[in-house]
Design a protein around this ligand. Structure first.
Ligand SMILES: Cc1ncc(COP(=O)(O)OP(=O)(O)O)c(N)n1
Ligand SMILES: Cc1ncsc1CCOP(=O)(O)O
Ligand SMILES: [Mg+2]
Length: 354
């Protein structure tokens, strides 16, 4: 390679390094100032630092890169496209800047090869950008879907379909924001019938705007067959990527998390919302360990994906949950054990709004 060719390659790398770190700054600040998401902001910052370090080791000294720079003679500075000036939503802003970052990384990768660099880390950086870009764009979609949804109620199939429909109807009329069908004892046919019934009740009788979401627990197959709005999976069930392949791109996927590592992993895997707990001892499900309110505090401080505290939550301990920064709860026993589920919903809704 001639000195002129090396200078040209370094010039392209320099321009694309700047493009990549500038794009990363935009998304980092979007995570920091718009989403208030320390995890996503930190991931962007880490990538920016890793890219800077890698570039120094791969492309020679920083002075070399600056020496190759020739902005005054750059024929591309005056070229703009209409898309560059149009950003209609935060999701578009994120998508456009992530695209800029991944394109720049591809250019660096290719020109680094010309410099004789093999096995450079830029390909792996590019894959990281694809994952983070997805987390940003899905975050915006989730914020919209879950906007104002604070009360999530888990119900089982009751002793008959008629009993189930009566309870579901009561809860819909009382104004719950999300209903999950979670039943570990009914056979598949009974569960399918309950789910179809719940779908019909929500479609035909719910008067709230938006209508409550219907989430099927554990079972992507039944979520599809019952036309649920989403499916909820735990740490031992199918991973989000496989659930996504089954249910398609529009269905909501919720993931149970018991520590911050799991919560961060769920965000990167493409979860649409999180269940976080168990917070307190639960009469619905037995637990040996309780991450408790300390875990909720960590999640509220770091993640912006809609997240529901779950486990033993009642009106009397709700304020302890709210003190962590959580504004959404998922409950079961407090409703199913109540002699007046509608009144209980109303009390919880009022407390959540305050
Ligand atoms: C909203 C919500 N959060 C957590 C769970 C618990 O899911 P999982 O850990 O898979 O346990 P089971 O409910 O399947 O016993 C949930 N269902 N919903
Ligand atoms: C399914 C599940 N996962 C964590 S706690 C819980 C049960 C929630 O029910 P309750 O509100 O009665 O504790
Ligand atoms: Mg489960």
């Amino acid at each position: 390679m001639t000195p002129a060719e090396r200078t040209a390659a370094l010039r392209a790398i320099d321009a694309n390094f700047n493009r990549a770190v500038e794009g990363l700054r935009v998304v980092e600040d979007q995570a920091r100032f718009v989403l208030n998401d320390g995890f996503l902001a930190g991931s962007c910052k880490q990538l920016r630092h890793d890219l800077t370090t890698a570039l120094q080791s791969v492309c020679g000294s920083e002075q070399d890169r600056y020496a190759a720079r020739d902005t005054l003679a750059d024929v591309g500075t005056a070229i703009t496209s209409p898309q560059e000036t149009e950003r209609q939503s935060l999701a578009q802003l994120a998508a456009a800047n992530w695209q800029r970052v991944s394109q720049a990384l591809r250019v660096i990768e290719e020109f680094a090869k010309l410099l004789g660099v093999s096995g450079s880390p830029f390909e792996s950086f590019r894959y990281q950008t694809y994952t983070l870009a997805k987390a940003f764009v899905l975050n915006e979609r989730s914020q919209q879907t879950w906007l104002g949804r604070q009360l999530y109620v888990l119900i089982d199939g009751e002793s008959s379909e008629a009993e189930f429909a009566k309870l579901a109807q009561t809860l819909i009329e009382a104004g719950v924001h999300v209903l999950q069908l979670r039943d570990k004892r009914l056979d598949d046919r009974a569960l399918l019938a309950r789910g179809i019934h719940l779908r019909k009740l929500i479609d035909e009788t719910a008067s709230s705007d938006p209508k409550p979401l219907f989430i099927m627990n554990d079972r992507p197959d039944l979520a599809i067959l019952t036309r649920a709005d989403g499916v909820h999976v735990g740490q031992d069930e199918l991973p989000v990527s496989e659930v996504r392949r089954l249910v398609g791109t529009t269905m909501q996927i919720g993931v149970s998390t018991h520590n911050l590592t799991q919560a961060r992993a769920a965000v990167l895997a493409g979860a649409d919302y999180l269940g976080c707990g168990p917070t307190f001892p639960s009469g619905t499900k037995h637990f040996a360990d309780f991450p408790g309110t300390a875990f909720l505090q960590q999640v509220a401080a770091e993640l912006s994906l809609p997240a529901f505290a779950i486990g033993g939550i009642t009106l009397s301990n709700l304020s302890a949950v709210q003190a962590t920064g959580f504004t959404r709860v998922a409950v079961s026993g407090v409703i199913s054990q109540s002699i007046d589920p509608a009144a209980e919903v109303q009390r919880l809704l009022a407390a959540l709004r305050s």
